[in-house]
Design a protein around this ligand. Sequence first.
Ligand SMILES: [Zn+2]
Length: 468
Amino acid sequence: MQKRGVIIISIDSLRADHLGCYGYELQVSPNIDRIAWNSLVFKSAFSAGPYTKPSINAIFTSTYPFNFEGFGSIILKETIASILKKHGFTTAIFSTNPLLSPIFGYARGVDYFFYLSDSQRRLRFRQSISEIVKSLAKKNKTIVSTFVLLASILKWTRLPYVECGRVLSLALSFLRRLSRQKKFFVWIHLMDTHMPFIMQDRYLPFNIQEVILNAKYQAKIFNSKFPITQRDLHQLTSLYDKKIQYVDKKIGEFCDELDELRLLDEVYLIITSDHGEEFLEHGALGHLGVECKTHMYNELIKVPLIIFGVDTSERVVNENASLIDLGPTILSLFSIPYGKYLRKMDGRSLIINSTVSLMNKRAIFSEADSINLDSGFKRVIDFRSKKIISIIKEHWKYIYNEEDKSVQLFYLKRDPSEKENLIYEEREIADALHKELLLHLRREEKKWKLAQRIINMRKNMLKIKNKN
Ligand SMILES: [Zn+2]
């Protein structure tokens, strides 16, 4: 039966291995697990980058971040929403993350953009703190960790985003009002599993222990020597799990409501995440890497990908998939002829004619800039930045860092936690993957140069127009 719409729920910073359906030993996600039980679950799905910007852009445009403006505005790009809109879909996005907001071009092709933001005053306060931290971080790590600690305590007595219950209920009222004749695309991005891991969303009463723990967490990101005890780490992980539990409960309620509206049977529901979170597995916390030197380990790029509503004989897929495949998959599910769009996309449909179509021999890439210190809304990253890139092919994963020229090779089947670097033992495999990675970069560079020419041409035309 042809469905009426698609709903993507992306949960920021949610790593796959903290969900029961991905083998987590603690019961933190009973509702998502229940959905997964009746869905197609991709066990090895990877995001196109280890933090928000490259990843969500890649989801939305089905292109790798470096080949265009994957780290900035996507104003010139065709997106899933803009294609679906051309085919008669009503399109809507619900977001509470400033990186997924209209200023980066996300509203193009979107009929209704609901951006739920923090107050401007608090946003400015957070931005100015982050500017001070950045300038301090360049000078002295000890000072910066103390400063971050204090600043974090001040700023995290309230959540810096709108909690998922409110975002989901807004999405529900939108869906309730939508004409039953209309096809729709709805993307809901939730922030509750993102730092800080604080349970309440009001100033008072706040849990001072939670606030201090989160502040320590943030200080550790900027100074690897900042002490985090095993107890701190355990408590932080528990807080992260509590946040997952909270989002899971709200997603359960959301699905019950969809069911009551008789919408659940009429949609494809996709649950995923933009990236994961590190808990010192490789010396770092969060998703900025150690002292903001970007990491590319699976704690960060292995994400859940659950598709509910597809009629396939398979239920679990172990082959590698990438979130750049999401766009073509959605187009294929709605039988939209997407051949002409595919030329500009890097992804491929994961489901063709009700059959899972995976190419395990295909290489999957994740990309980022190698130093993430200047993280901020306005930072510019493009092809000229020093890069860190991973390539995953079958069970092999190779990571190349342009900044320090370091290379790592892991055999994920035997070493899923990426502890044993086989770069010297498996030279031939490493060389082959390195060659493939360089070829990929060359393709990316060509596309990036072409995009730059278009952008410059447009700028010049605008100048001439303004002169006249
Ligand atoms: Zn994110």
